[in-house]
Structure formats: C-alpha cells, structure tokens
Design a protein around this ligand. Sequence first.
Ligand SMILES: *Cc1c(COP(=O)(O)O)cnc(C)c1O
Length: 403
Amino acid sequence: MENLYETTVERYRNYVMPTYAPKILFTRGQGTRLWDADNREYLDFASGISVCNLGHCNPRVTEAIREQAGKLVHVSNLYMNEMMPRLAEKLITSGMDGVVFFCNSGAEANEGMSKFARKYGNATGRNEIISMDNSFHGRTLATLAETGRAKYRKGFEPEVPGFKQVPFNNFAALEAAVSANTCAILLEPVQGEGGILPADAEYLKKVRALCDEKDILLLFDEVQCGMGRIGTRFAWQSFGVEPDALSMAKAIANGLPMGAFIVKRKYADVLKVGMHASTFGGTPLVSAAALAVQQAFDEDGVLENCRIQGDYLRAKLVEIGKPYSFVKTVRGMGLMIGVVLDREAATLAGILLKHNLVVLTAGETVLRLLPPLTITRADADEALEKIAAGLAELDRMIREEQK
Ligand SMILES: *Cc1c(COP(=O)(O)O)cnc(C)c1O
C-alpha cells in the first residue's frame, strides 16, 4: 500500500522548488485542531501564519465558499460582481472612510500601496518611502526593498531604488531621515516577522503629526497584525492613530488567498482607471469567504474573545516563564504573542511540536504564538501546559549541555 507521507516527501523532493523545508504533512483541520497523515492531533497555535484566524474550516466560511462556488467563481474586473463591492463596503464602514483595492497576497497589497504612494508623491516631485528596520513587507522586488532585513535581499541585487529604513520606535531617527524627497512612511503597527514588537502609541502619534505637517503619507502594513489579530478589526484601532492607507491580507478570507489596501477617501482618485490592476483581485468566491469572516467578527464575539484569551495567555506565560532565566520577556497584543528568549527559539518550537503544539518563531529568538481568535479557555490551558512542559525540557537540555 502507498504510504502517503513517504510518497509526498518524494514528490516534494523531485518536483517542488526547495524554498521551504517542511517536515509535517497535515491532511485535515477543524477549529483549533490539525491532524497529520498518521492521524496525530495537534493544537494549532499558528493559524497558518495568522491566516486561519477563525480556525480551520470555520462553518460560516465553508458554507459561504460552498454556496458561491456553485453560483459564480470568477468574472474579470472588467465586469462587476456582487460580492466584491459588498466586501469593500463592509471594510470601509467598519473602519476608516475610503476606498479599497483587492489583490491576492500581502506582498501585492504592499506593492499596490507603494505604487499609490509614489503616484501621490511624484505629483509634488517626491518618491522616497521610509520603512523600518526588522520590518517585513513581502518577497517581491519592491517589497523586499522596503523590508528591513538585508539578508532577504542578498543575491537579488540590484535593489529597487527609492526605499530606506530607520530604527523602529525611534522618532528622532525617523525625523532625521525625512527629506524633501520623502512621500511616505511605512510601518507595521505590530512588527510580526521581526519579533512581535508593538509600536509605542506615543511614537505613532508623533509620526502621524510629522506626516500631517509635511504632507507625507502614513502607510500601515496590517497584513499580520490586522483582521482581529490584536483584538480590533483593524490594528490602527488599537492605537487610535489613523493611517492614510493600510494593507491587509493573510486572515482576510480565513485561508483563501486575498490581499487588499485601503486609502482614505481624500486619496480615492490618486489611482485612476488603468493605473493598477489584478486579474484575480476581489474574485466573487474569495470575496464571499471574506464577507463571512466579517460576519463572524460582527456576530460571534471573535474580537472580544481575542482580547480576553490574549490577556489570559500573556499573563500566564509570564508566570510559567518566571523560573527560567532564558525566558527574557513576553510581549505582544491580543493573540499576537511573542515569548522572547536569550537564545534561538527554533529549539523550543521543535520541542513543542513534539508535544503536538504547532507554533512559530519570529526573528531568531522569539517564540511566536498566533492561535485562532476562536480559542477557548480550555485550548489556552492545554497550550500553557504544553509550553510549561516544553520550557522544563529546554531547561534540562541546557543543564545537560553545561555539564
Ligand atoms: C506575511 C506578511 C507579508 C507578505 O504577505 P504574503 O501574502 O506572503 O505576500 C507582508 N507584510 C507582513 C507584515 C506580513 O506578515
């Protein structure tokens, strides 16, 4: 009989470009649970990477996909469809007033938002976009240039010009970097890949004021921290600082590929007919799924649950980390949580996976937890138990090494 795991590994080895190195084969998901090819059950504290924020195969989303799949999957944006403007209306009436462009991924959303900023800036002879050290904005050529991690750019020179980085949460450094050529400042309200690092609210307020003073666009990359992850639908709502434009993707359709960026209404005419496009952007099937996600935010208490479980988890993590000197701090907002270690976090992540807890790392030393926003107290307690066991195991390993 064919062993599914072995044959899948073989197919990856022979036919899939090796840009990832996956080890586990998941075959099924439901809610906060995943099952591998051997039917081993895992508790998912990654949600993809903050993608399946409502849990796997959320009934609302699954039903919306089923219904729309039997009706109309795709029409070109040369024609109208009913679902995409419904979704745009929902996103706008739930946040800041403006207009939406739909695409298919985070990188594309940031790419489009950057084109918007350049189009706006070029009208007054400015084209430089300033972003942050340790930021992550995507893997296309332009989003690489705005990503504050030189190692991702290495080998892909020449770099797309017009971007530079400054230290995050450092207003003086940002102010010094702004020039007569600056058209936009781009940042993640909570840095994700960089290590689950929230912006200081005071810093954001100063950046907002600087942008207002100099007619610079403030762009938020909410691809990871938006869509409920930190306890509000949009990340900026947690800080009380409105950007001029924001990008999102990951969780917007709970697993179906979608990206989008919103620009404030006063910038609604910057990109006109023919200036930007996407074949699949806002296709009816994906828009229907995304509408179901918004409905869950409205009707299922998802955001409130995120705040409650997030506060609980972070407080408990501080407690269980206390006995270990290698646990430096616990940080984050809502259910976007980083456990900062004094060493590589990958070792702990590996241990936790053996305890059937799926987690992520961020930067080199941060254990990153991004559970579904729908986790129960029991899910949280189960994860905490596994993490406590994992920390004890890592502690034993460190002691062994020191002998
Ligand atoms: C994941 C991510 C992106 C890139 O999204 P893709 O869909 O992989 O292109 C951009 N910005 C942030 C903050 C992200 O977390």
